[in-house]
Design a protein around this ligand. Structure first.
Ligand code: UT7
Length: 333
């Protein structure tokens, strides 16, 4: 069986920088509160009405294809992870498919929130291992800013999320011990409503109403932040250890851990508990906030351009988020 290697990476974030001080002007918060609780200094927001989720994905995909030295028509499958889709249906995968010169290939949307990118990587890896597809574009793209509740009710959520997209191209290799070594996926649905957007859903509804869209309404994200935080710290550690154990490796073997950029305090606590040095953990949440499914591919691209990932580096990706879902991937570069 072949392994999958990442042959191209790209990302794209909107130009519009929104600092904590900018948020102070539109909601009851402070730069000090946000930095202390999350480490975030700024994030990117689209200019409302001008960019869609899949516009961000198009740019990230073009960059990844360019990095791989490939054209859209070379791709056999699109896997698109997002929790902020442009339409309820169809999925964003087909919107991306029509936007670049792809063939009439399958486009799969993955709904695993902050774990969407690693879940998608895992699905892509299985298709490559079976030989069904040879070139797969995996995209994580999010447009949070237009769907946040900027009233006091939602301020603990609104300050953490940002917009952006990242993409990778996967192809097969015959080399052993190269590329994706393994992926590990989990969920615990009993916590589904701890971090969720309930509407406009179809769960036991009479009709969709305008009430849902009023401040504090059910069309905005709800989050039990402390519960998410506590579970995340435990699950991150477990799923990283699981990946290492499956490959007969130890924490010392990791060259770079790229945690999903949920909250800098979560990443720092996980790093401390695992005893990893600063140079072995990559964080960029300070500049982008939490971009959910896009956070890992954006961080992967930046880490590589900063020369933190080299030939033969062992890179561990790990995530935790809404669902609850959590996952890891171990990659030999
Ligand atoms: O990918 C997974 C995504 N989610 C996460 O990773 C979230 C994990 N959880 C967290 O990061 C933290 O729970 C938050 C950063 C979201 C919130 O921090 P917290 O320490 O759990 O705050 P809290 O919600 O318990 O609120 C503490 C206080 C409250 O005031 P009182 O009741 O103590 O007077 C809130 O009303 O902070 C207040 N508060 C704010 N103050 C200023 C909540 N949000 C804000 C805000 N600015 N934006």
């Amino acid at each position: 069986m072949k392994n999958s290697i990442i042959t191209g990476i790209g990302h794209y974030v909107p130009d519009r920088v929104v600092t904590n001080f900018d948020l102070e002007k539109i909601l009851d918060t402070t730069d000090a509160w946000i930095q202390e609780r999350t480490g975030i200094r700024e994030r990117r927001h689209v200019t409302p009405g001008e960019q869609s989720n899949y516009d961000l994905a198009i740019e990230a995909s073009k960059n990844a294809l360019n990095d791989a030295g490939m054209e859209a028509h070379d791709i056999d499958l699109i896997i698109y992870a997002t929790l902020s889709p442009d339409y309820v249906f169809p999925g964003d995968g087909v919107l991306l498919q029509r936007s670049l010169p792809f063939r009439n290939i399958a486009a799969i949307d993955i709904r695993a929130q902050c774990s969407g990118f690693i879940y998608s990587l895992s699905v892509a890896d299985q298709f490559i291992k079976t030989g069904m597809y040879r070139s797969i574009l995996v995209v994580g793209s999010e447009l949070h800013s237009v769907g946040l509740d900027y009233s006091n009710h939602g301020r603990h959520v609104s300050v953490i999320f940002g917009d952006g997209a990242g993409a990778v191209v996967l192809t097969p290799t015959d080399e052993l011990n190269k590329g994706i070594l393994s992926t590990h996926l989990h969920s615990e649905g009993q916590y589904a409503e701890e971090l969720a957007v309930i509407d406009p859903g179809f769960y036991k509804k009479d009709r969709i109403t305008s009430e849902m869209y009023k401040p504090g309404g059910s069309a905005f994200p709800v989050m039990n932040g402390q519960s998410v935080f506590k579970h995340a710290v435990v699950r991150f550690q477990e799923v990283i250890q699981e990946a290492l154990k499956a490959n007969h490796l130890t924490l010392d073997d990791i060259d770079l851990l790229i945690p999903h950029q949920a909250n800098l305090r979560i990443s720092q606590l996980v790093q401390k508990k695992l005893g990893l040095s600063d140079d072995k953990v990559y964080n960029n949440i300070m500049r982008y906030g939490n971009t959910t499914a896009a956070s890992i591919p954006i961080a992967l691209n930046e880490a590589r351009s900063e020369n933190k990932i080299k030939e033969d580096s062992l890179v561990c990706l790990a995530t935790f988020g809404s669902g609850f879902t959590w996952a890891s991937a171990l990659i030999k570069w």
